[in-house]
Design a protein around this ligand. Structure first.
Ligand code: ADP
Ligand code: MG
Length: 288
């Protein structure tokens, strides 16, 4: 626990120090990454954006999954897309022209990726150039990393200076995350933190899932947040970032606060499965 506290304190203090460079306010550029696909990078990226923007920050969500754009779909803005990131890179428009403002939160913007441009042509350096032109206009630039560790990974990680590693409480996801954490050493990533997604409190208390402490120990990263498994997220297909239970909304709020000010408050997925009523809920869930 002491080592964990040290990591969190270090993360908080150093982040505060690097937020201004030569007097110009720079955005924190955070990439969401994982080893395994489908663990919730896009979901965490979209929701973190929403909740940081709700805290009053100017947030840009950047989708660099060229060819398989889905951040705009998850955010429900795909019909508003006029230009995308490859149009900016090719000089067809300015970066600001390609931004799509969120319908509900005015300080939240999405820079969509393209589904028609050859992936090979877009380099990490191109994405970084685009980010550089937007840097001073935002407090946070959240980059959604595609699955895998090939060119798409490089494109997403290259412009970032912080990384959030998203895992689910499953061995395969944790093993793959470990490999990605090692790869991040080759980049300009100064801070790494962990988000455990799709945690199930009932299975945790039954001893059927890896515990939060064991995952943190295995990956040796500061824990930024735990997000519960939420049927409302899983079942909503077009606006996944907005249909949520009270529990996951709370978990994302705590995650945003922790990332911003190092509050160290982590959502407890087990709380509603404790006590006699919780025991009944757990058993009902187990047998349906
Ligand atoms: N906490 C959660 N509870 C339930 N379903 C989730 C949760 N997080 C993500 N999902 C679902 O898992 C699937 C994969 O999530 P996604 O964010 O697209 O993963 P990735 O970007 O890592 O490939 C999506 O259908 C999403 O709705
Ligand atoms: Mg994704």
């Amino acid at each position: 626990m002491t080592i964990l506290s040290f990591f969190i304190l270090y993360y908080f203090v150093t982040i505060k120090m690097q937020k201004t460079k030569k007097g110009i306010k720079m955005a924190r550029k955070i990439v969401m990454t994982s080893g395994k696909g489908g663990v919730g990078k896009t979901t965490v990226c979209a929701n973190l954006g929403i909740y940081l923007a709700k805290l009053g920050f100017r947030v840009l969500l950047l989708d660099v999954d060229i060819g398989l754009n889905n951040l705009d779909v998850v955010m429900g803005v795909e019909n508003q897309v006029v230009f995308d990131i490859t149009d900016v890179i090719m000089g067809k428009c300015r970066a600001k022209q390609a931004l799509v403002q969120d319908k509900a939160i005015s300080s939240l913007y999405i820079l969509p990726s393209s589904h028609s441009y050859s992936k090979a042509k877009v380099q990490g350096e191109h994405i970084k150039n685009v980010i550089d032109t937007l840097d001073s206009s935002f407090d946070y630039i959240l980059i959604d990393c595609p699955a895998g560790v090939e060119a798409g990974f490089h494109r997403a990680v290259f412009p970032a200076n912080e990384a959030i590693i998203v895992v689910t409480p499953h061995l395969s996801a944790i093993r793959d995350a470990d490999k990605v954490i090692a790869l991040l050493d080759d980049y300009n990533i100064e801070y790494k933190g962990l988000v455990i997604n799709r945690m199930r409190g009932d299975l945790l208390l039954n001893g059927d899932l890896m515990t939060v402490e064991n995952i943190v120990t295995a990956l040796n990263l500061p824990l930024l947040g735990v997000i519960p498994e939420d049927d409302a997220i899983g079942s909503s297909c077009s606006v996944g970032a907005r249909v949520q239970s009270i529990e996951s909304a709370r978990a994302f709020t705590l995650l945003s606060e922790n990332i911003h000010n190092g509050s160290r408050k982590i959502f407890d997925c087990t709380y509603k499965y404790r006590g006699f009523m919780g025991y009944l809920k757990r058993n009902i869930k187990k047998h349906v």
